[in-house]
Write a protein that binds this ligand. Structure first.
Ligand code: NAD
Length: 295
């Protein structure tokens, strides 16, 4: 059985590692927050006390960290992952980070005899729990084929976007569109409710009309409309506003570097940044509805 190390056991990493366990793998797990490691150990994972313990015997290392700086520190920082992993191991970074950082880390890893792909995901915490994530992969096609059986346990669809970093570029395009859609959906629901419409009835109408979109289908931002989504749990869990701010920042950097116009992306970034500053950074991104209600 392939030996897997899984690093970064947050909202996404924990259910992804749990699905590896259910499929019969026994991942070695590590996070800087010890209780997340203990939780997975109770389900049968092997706990590691540090990065070197986690990766030293692994054939495959998966990381799921917040942002570029965490990934850079994990892989390239003093005495970290690349110094301790077994040569030839396949490294899969599933975090959403800057394409330039993905390229920098992978170039160093390939130069030191590892295989590496960027494999950011789409599908949210719900998709991670159900094992139906979409993986958007950048890197060598042979490395992707090696990763495929493992990614298939955690996801349903796997796309090869191109060379190293291309997975990140595609993911950033997706999240910019998601932020615009979520804001638009929140705006439409708020407008309807302010004009005496029932949010449940309005959601059903929009879902089945030309305004229908993913946020209405599986991630309704209006409290009480849909069960099991962050909006119905005081915007807890899910995808943090601060992570969306990070992704919109990456989209704006990428747009600037390629001289692409992204007027709605820029507006979404401004709205999400303001929402974070107003104290919503650690809540789910569908809480943008609250920023709109307030205006
Ligand atoms: P999170 O903040 O819940 O989890 C990140 C985990 O990484 C935390 O447990 C943290 O302690 C750990 N960590 C940070 N630095 C570490 C280090 N050096 N070593 C070990 N562990 C470390 O974030 P998340 O929601 O799980 O998201 C992870 C990534 O996936 C982000 O890049 C995010 O943009 C992306 N993403 C999230 C969602 C979502 O719905 N939450 C969806 C798609 C993509």
């Amino acid at each position: 059985m392939t030996k897997i190390a899984f690093i970064g056991l947050g909202n996404m990493g924990t259910p992804m590692a749990a699905n590896l366990l259910k499929a019969g793998y026994q991942p070695v797990v590590y996070d800087i927050v010890p209780h997340t490691v203990e939780q997975l150990a109770e389900q049968g994972a092997i706990p590691a006390a540090n990065v070197s313990e986690a990766v030293r015997d692994a054939d495959v290392v998966i990381s799921m960290l917040p942002a570029s700086q965490h990934v850079k520190e994990l892989y390239l920082g003093d005495g970290q992952l690349l110094a301790h992993a077994r040569k030839g191991a396949l490294l899969i970074d599933c975090s959403t980070i800057a394409p330039a950082t993905a390229k920098e880390v992978a170039t160093e890893a390939l130069g030191r005899g590892f295989e590496m792909i960027d494999a950011p995901v789409s599908g949210g915490v719900g998709g991670a729990v159900k094992g139906v994530l979409t993986f958007i992969v950048g890197g060598n096609a042979d490395s992707l084929e090696k990763a495929r059986p493992i990614l298939s346990v955690m996801g349903q669809k796997i796309f090869h976007a191109g060379e190293i970093g291309a997975g990140q570029t595609a993911k950033i395009c997706n999240n910019m569109l998601l932020a615009i859609q979520m804001t638009g959906t929140a705006e439409a629901l708020n407008l309807g409710v302010a004009n005496q419409l029932d949010p449940v009835a309005l959601s059903e109408i929009l879902k089945n009309s030309s305004g229908g979109n993913w946020t209405l289908n599986v991630y309704n931002p209006y409290p009480g409309v849909m069960e099991g989504v962050p909006a119905s749990n005081e915007y807890e869990g899910g995808f943090l506003v601060d992570l969306m701010v990070k992704d919109l920042g990456l989209a704006m950097e990428t747009a600037q570097a390629s001289e692409s116009r992204t007027p709605l992306g820029a507006l979404a970034e401004e709205l999400y940044r303001g929402h974070s500053t107003a104290g919503w950074g650690r809540k789910d991104f569908s809480s943008i509805l609250k920023a709109i209600e307030k205006e």
